[in-house]
Design a protein around this ligand. Structure first.
Ligand code: SF4
Length: 491
């Protein structure tokens, strides 16, 4: 536990994020009791010093541990001016913590900002790549590889969105909250299909009601539906007939003529059958995702995925036979019990299957996941994701002629590493970028879904959430619709 003392709260979030980046979510306390390390931050106003910058003053960090280590660092800066002072203050704290721990973080002092946003804004402002690279490595202290991948992703995004008209288009997300079993790390809305099979028809009926309401909404009548993502959960946990009914209903109520992308998650190989794949293909689904996560049976068993490596191979072959030429695979690095050797093994299997896109996630330990709830049991097995693992994925993806097209970091990833989507040109999933970039309205339907409304002129985003619980969703469907109706009235 770390004791934090400050005489002002002006950079509280940044300081906490930096401590958590170095000390992997160790608790930051406001009391000294039981803490092993203390950080004191003193903001001194300009009237107290002679060397002040105009309107500012200076900030001193004092770092001390119970074994007698002590260091201090002073940054002369107009700390009231957050825009100018934030980065130098974070960089100074980063260096101090790096000296103390002996660790260098691949993302340097970059916290609280979407990594690619910096590159996107610079490109929009006409900055040269070399200048942008320096901004990452000198201001945010990232390693050069992170600067390069951000620039690459930002350029790819610009290319992918050049034909979009944000004010005239929207996309939809449909949540199917059922899976063959619950994975250890899962924090999504997911119910085991075997126990919930008798609720599926009621669920779909409620979902159709919500879909009909959204499709008929006046505010979206003049906008074009351009991307559809059916996720969850695992939509392919439904039967072939249920999938057919769902997609037919979707095509009946929504105008499909402008849809550029239609994706369905078939994440769990143990949910995939030839019948289901044929239905998806016949009804126009273009991209599916078959997710190995790892190609180790031992790890699959440990993380509760209840399928085998062989099932992944067979599902992939079936999907190709069914005619899918846009198949994504998700993998996770840092899974319990896995090290770099396991990652190389998974990658060699993926390489032999040759998917069209590959999405790598660094294991995140989310509050609602069983992994977090039963942490004591798994603690010794979690070695965490490392940059070496991500580099191995990067080189495998490039061998498969893929390039990175979206990248984001999450709070709960030990080491604060990133998730990256790679794809062969033309096989990217634009919806994945849209969730991060907040360019188009996303209308979410189904339990656990969230809708996002972009008020571009006012520079604000509003969200409308659906309940997560399946029974509540079925019973309170009119209320879910009412929530959307209220939001639609403000657009
Ligand atoms: S397949 Fe995905 S949604 Fe289903 S339990 Fe596993 S992680 Fe959760």
């Amino acid at each position: 536990m770390i004791y934090l003392e400050q005489n002002a709260e002006i950079y509280n979030n940044d300081i906490r994020a930096m401590l958590q980046a170095f000390f992997d979510n160790e608790k930051v306390m406001l009391t000294k009791e039981g803490t092993r390390l203390s950080l004191k931050v003193e903001y001194t106003s300009d009237s107290d010093v002679e060397t002040q910058v105009e309107g500012g003053g200076y900030v001193t960090y004092h770092l001390q541990d119970e074994e007698g280590y002590y260091a201090s660092k002073t940054v002369v800066v107009d700390y009231q001016n957050k825009k100018l002072a934030r980065n130098p203050l974070k960089a100074a704290l980063y260096r101090m913590l790096s000296d103390y721990t002996g660790k260098e973080l691949p993302w340097g002092s970059m916290t609280g900002v979407r990594p690619t946003k910096v590159a996107t804004e610079c490109l929009e402002n006409g900055k040269k790549e070399e200048e942008i690279r320096h901004l990452y490595t000198d201001t945010y202290l990232t390693i050069p590889q992170k600067a390069d991948i951000c620039i690459e992703v930002a350029k790819r995004e610009q290319e992918l969105f050049k034909d979009f008209s944000y004010d005239e288009e929207y996309c939809i997300y449909i949540g199917i909250p059922f899976c063959p079993s619950r994975c250890l790390y899962c924090s999504f809305t997911s119910y085991p299909i075997a126990q919930y099979a008798h609720k599926v028809e009621d669920y779909l009926r409620a979902l159709y009601k919500e879909m009909e309401f959204v499709a008929a909404a006046d505010v979206y009548k003049n906008k074009r539906l351009v991307a559809i993502y059916i996720g969850g959960g695992t939509p392919s946990a439904l039967t072939a007939e249920q999938l057919r009914a769902l997609i037919t209903q979707l095509q009946t109520v929504f105008d499909m003529q402008y849809v550029r992308e239609f994706c369905v998650e078939c994440g769990r190989p143990d949910s995939i059958t030839m019948d289901k794949l044929r239905v998806l293909k016949e009804l126009g689904v273009e991209r599916i995702s078959i997710n190995p996560q790892t190609m180790s049976d031992e790890t699959l068993h440990l993380i509760g995925r209840a399928h085998t490596v062989e099932q992944t191979r067979i599902a992939f072959i079936m999907a190709r036979e069914a005619g899918f030429d846009n198949i994504n695979m998700d993998m996770i690095v840092g899974l319990p019990g896995e090290d770099i050797k396991d990652v190389h093994h998974t990658l060699s299997e993926i390489r032999s299957m040759k998917p069209d896109s590959l999405t790598v996630h660094s294991l995140a330990i989310k509050r609602a996941a069983n992994l977090n709830i039963e942490m004591e049991r798994y603690q010794g097995l979690i070695k965490g994701s490392t940059n070496e693992m991500l580099l191995a994925v990067d080189s495998c993806a490039r061998e498969l002629t893929m390039v990175p097209y979206y990248l984001y970091r999450q709070k709960n990833i030990p080491g604060k590493l990133e998730n990256v989507g790679y794809a062969v040109e033309g096989k990217e999933c634009v919806y994945n970028i849209l969730i991060m970039e907040e360019k188009l309205d996303i209308l979410g339907m189904g339990a656990g879904s969230s809708s996002k409304f972009i008020f571009r002129k006012e520079n604000r985003i509003e969200r409308v959430e659906n309940v997560k619980n399946v029974d509540e969703y079925i019973n309170r469907i009119d209320e879910m619709i009412e929530r959307k109706r209220k939001m639609f009235a403000t657009i």
